[in-house]
Design a protein around this ligand. Structure first.
Ligand code: PLP
Length: 394
C-alpha cells in the first residue's frame, strides 16, 4: 500500500506485506523471513538488469548483504514512519549514526553536535572521526551558541530531539533554518519519536536516524538501526557508503522488527499514558525535585512538544532530592523495574544517570541525582506502588 494520505496507524498495518502468489492467489499475512546470502538469477540477463539498476542507485538485489523482500519491507516501513524516500538498515542504532556521518562527511569537515545527544556519538567522534581529521564540537542547541561555534569548514548539524537522558526539546525548525542558511546538512537522531510521534524530516532535517532497537522492535530482543532521507543527492551518498562499508542486518532481525512495528502505535500510546500517571505520582512526592518529560505540562519543553509532536512515550527522568547513597537504595529497592540500559520494550526499566554524562548537557542545572525511567506496559497502579515503596525504603 502506498497511499501516504492514510493515517500512520493504517500504513503500519499495510506496508511491507507479502504479495499474492500468481498461481495460487494466496499470500501469508506476515511476510516470511527471507534469509539468503547468495541471490540466484534465472539467467545472465536478469542478473545484468539487477546490476544496471544497482549502478543507477536504485534498490536492487545482486547479493545477500542488502537483503531481499523482508529487508525491503522493513525499509518501506521506516520510510512510511519518517516520511522519507529511502531507508538504509544497520545492525544497531549506533551503526546507523556512523553510517549517516560517514555517508556525508569528508576529511577536514567540522560537525556541530548538540550537547544533549546520545553519549556514544561523542565516543565515535573521539575514536574514529578524529583519525579522519573530522572534528565534532559539542554545543548547546541554540541558534546563538551554534552561530558562535560555526567555522568555514562546518558541514553538518547533528541533533537529537528530545535529547538523551533529560529529554530536552529542541526547536528543530529554527535550528534547521539556521543550518540551511549556512549550507549545513541536518542529521537528527529520532529514536525517541521513532517516526511515530515526531518526524524530523517534516520539521527541516535532511537525515533521520533511528535505533530500531527501541520502540520499533519494541520487545527488547533485537538490535537494529535505520537511516532515512528524502533528498536524492543525500540518498545517493548514503547508498554508496552503505554498500561500500558492508552494513547489513539479518533477515530474522528484519522480520522481528516488522512483527514488532505493527503494534508500535498501541505500545507507545500505552507507555505514554502510563508515564503521565507516573509523573502525577512523582510530582506529589517530597523527594522529587523535577520531572523531565516533555508531555508533562511543567516541562520547559512542553510548548515545543505540543507544537512538534503528535504523542509521547514511556521515557522520563526524575531529579531526586536524595543524596547518592539513598538514590542507589531507591533504585535497588524497585522490583518491577529492571536495572538496565536501552528502553522501548514492553517492560519498565530504571537507570541511575551518570553525573559525568549529564554534566556535559547545558540543559542540566544540577546538583540532584537523576534517575531515568522507562515506563512499560505493566499496570501503572503496580508501577506507582513499586515506586512509592522504593522511595519509602530510601
Ligand atoms: C539506544 C540509542 C541509540 C543506539 O542504538 P543501539 O541500537 O543501542 O546501538 C542511538 N540513539 C539513541 C537516542 C538511543 O537511545
Amino acid at each position: 500500500m502506498s497511499d501516504s494520505r492514510a493515517h500512520l496507524d493504517t500504513l503500519l498495518q499495510h506496508t511491507g506485506t507479502a504479495a499474492f502468489d500468481p498461481e495460487t492467489g494466496a499470500a501469508p499475512v506476515s511476510l516470511p523471513s527471507m534469509r539468503t546470502s547468495t541471490v540466484r538469477f534465472q539467467n545472465l540477463e536478469a542478473l545484468e538488469r539487477a546490476a544496471a539498476a544497482k549502478a543507477r542507485g536504485e534498490r536492487s538485489v545482486t547479493y545477500g548483504r542488502v537483503g531481499m523482500d523482508t529487508h525491503a519491507a522493513l525499509e518501506h516501513v521506516f520510510c512510511a514512519l519518517e516520511g522519507g524516500e529511502r531507508a538504509f538498515l544497520a545492525s544497531s542504532g549506533l551503526g546507523a549514526v556512523t553510517l549517516a556521518m560517514l555517508g556525508v562527511l569528508s576529511a577536514g569537515d567540522h560537525v556541530l553536535a548538540a550537547d544533549c545527544v546520545y553519549g556514544p556519538v561523542r565516543n565515535f567522534a573521539d575514536t574514529v572521526l578524529t583519525r579522519m581529521n573530522i572534528e565534532v564540537s559539542s554545543v548547546p542547541a541554540t541558534v546563538e551558541a551554534l552561530e558562535r561555534a560555526l567555522r568555514p569548514t562546518t558541514r553538518m548539524l547533528y541533533l537529537e530531539s528530545p535529547g538523551s537522558l533529560l529529554f530536552q526539546m529542541l526547536d528543530l525548525p529554527a535550528l534547521s533554518e539556521f543550518a540551511r542558511h549556512h549550507g549545513l546538512i541536518v542529521v537528527a537522531d529520532n529514536t525517541w519519536g521513532s517516526g511515530y510521534i515526531y518526524r524530523p524530516l517534516d520539521l527541516g532535517a535532511d537525515i533521520s536516524v533511528v535505533a530500531g532497537t527501541k520502540y520499533v522492535g519494541g520487545h527488547s530482543d533485537l538490535m537494529l538501526g535505520a537511516v532515512v532521507a528524502k533528498n536524492e543527492a543525500l540518498i545517493a551518498k548514503l547508498n554508496r557508503t552503505h554498500y561500500a562499508m558492508g552494513f547489513s542486518i539479518s533477515a530474522d532481525d528484519a522480520w522481528l522488527a516488522l512483527r514488532g512495528v505493527r503494534t508500535l502505535p498501541l505500545r507507545m500510546r500505552q507507555s505514554a499514558e502510563n508515564a503521565l500517571r507516573v509523573c502525577q505520582f512523582l510530582d506529589a512526592r517530597p523527594e522529587v525535585a523535577r520531572i523531565y518529560h516533555p508531555a508533562w505540562p511543567q516541562d520547559p519543553g512542553h510548548a515545543l512538544w505540543q507544537r512538534d509532536c503528535t504523542g509521547s512515550n514511556g521515557m522520563l527522568a526524575v531529579a531526586l532530592k536524595l543524596e547518592d547513597a539513598r538514590a542507589r537504595r531507591f533504585v535497588n529497592a524497585l522490583t518491577l523495574f529492571g536495572i538496565g540500559f536501552s528502553w522501548g520494550g514492553f517492560e519498565s526499566l530504571v537507570q541511575l544517570v551518570d553525573q559525568a554524562a549529564i554534566a556535559s548537557h547545558s540543559y542540566w542545572s544540577g546538583p540532584e541525582t537523576v534517575v531515568r525511567l522507562h515506563i512499560g506496559l505493566e499496570s501503572p497502579d503496580d508501577l506507582i506502588a513499586d515506586l512509592g515503596r522504593a522511595l519509602d525504603a530510601a
